[in-house]
Design a protein around this ligand. Structure first.
Ligand code: AMP
Length: 299
């Protein structure tokens, strides 16, 4: 089954203590779509400007990503720039140029409206809601967000939470939204806002998954070297949704394994700038690392 992914399609300029790379292919939807593509068919919804390099369109195509829902508008592609401290958990946004995102309305091609799996990657909650309005009875809807929307679009985000199955957010955002002072209380409060499944990402410390059947604790894959963590969260949720869409059986039976696959794709993402490492992966590399992670966590 296919996954429909809506989110940002961006040019990212990224600075780490060791290097600087301008105008890489980025955006929440780009990272999530490439991650999901290792498992099954992906339909992308986004917008780019007329400055969007052809080689990035070819890169999407090489991953078999359906681009019927990618709009090209006159103007500039969304441009985001960020800088990491020596501790790569700390990132500062230097610049956000909305460009064509300012007037973007995600209109779904007919063939997209029946996609069974929907990933609302990080983008304004009003746009995430607009996508849901056009869907016909999807089987499973997951949504990601960021602190910006908690600050400037909270009412829309709360509306969205009532309409999704799974909410994925990082621990800082969970505390900000719920005002809880520990993760278990935060999860309880998040379920009360709507979603049946809640996943809290904790960066290099892994993720906590909460389902009607209880918790699953997923550690991150221990990396020797983090080159650039941009897009790790998007790769995590993209890999998870890609796996879920192609696995047989109930969500509850597959979610743990899906989260491990998401964790592993995210670990590869951190090993290169932008999508540089992820786009060189083969499914076999992912399987090997999943087995390694299973060995590291067995007791
Ligand atoms: P992550 O590292 O998982 O937080 O995701 C980073 C990605 O989010 C980058 O590729 C950016 O292009 C994208 N991004 C940054 N700010 C925004 C925003 N305001 N809306 C949508 N996407 C954004």
């Amino acid at each position: 089954m296919s996954v429909l992914i809506v989110g940002s399609t961006a040019l990212d300029s990224i600075k780490t203590p060791k290097a600087e790379n301008p105008r890489l292919l980025g955006g929440s939807a780009s990272h999530a779509a490439v991650a999901a593509s290792f498992f099954g068919p992906v339909k992308l919804v986004g917008v780019v400007g007329d400055d969007f390099p052809k080689r990035y369109v070819q890169l999407y195509r090489r991953h078999g990503i359906d681009l019927e829902g990618l709009q090209r508008l006159p103007g500039k592609t969304f441009h985001w720039s960020g800088e990491y401290e020596t501790n790569m958990n700390n990132r500062r946004t230097l610049l956000t140029e909305l460009g064509v995102f300012e007037t973007f309305t995600p209109t779904l091609p007919k063939a997209y409206q029946t996609s069974p799996f929907v990933l609302l990657a990080n983008i304004a909650p009003a746009l995430q809601l607009h996508v849901l309005d056009q869907m016909r009875r999807p089987k499973f809807i997951a949504a990601d967000t960021m602190d910006l929307w908690l600050n400037i679009a909270l009412a829309d985000l709360l509306k969205l939470l009532k309409r999704i199955d799974c909410f994925v957010l990082n621990d800082g955002e969970a505390y900000q939204l719920t005002k809880a002072d520990n993760v278990v209380t935060a999860i309880k409060k998040l379920h009360q806002l709507g979603p049946k499944y809640v996943i809290i990402k904790k960066g290099e410390h892994g993720a906590i998954v909460s389902t009607p059947k209880g918790f699953f604790i997923a550690p991150a894959f221990p990396l020797h070297r983090v080159v650039d963590p941009t897009g790790a969260g998007d790769s995590f949720v993209g890999g998870m949704m890609g796996y879920l869409a192609t696995a047989r059986g109930a969500i509850d039976d597959n979610l743990r394994r899906a989260v491990v696959y998401g964790t592993v794709v995210a670990s590869f993402c951190c090993e290169g700038f932008g999508l540089n490492r992820t786009t060189k992966l083969k499914r076999g590399h992912i399987e090997l690392r999943v087995r390694e992670l299973a060995g590291l966590t067995k007791f």
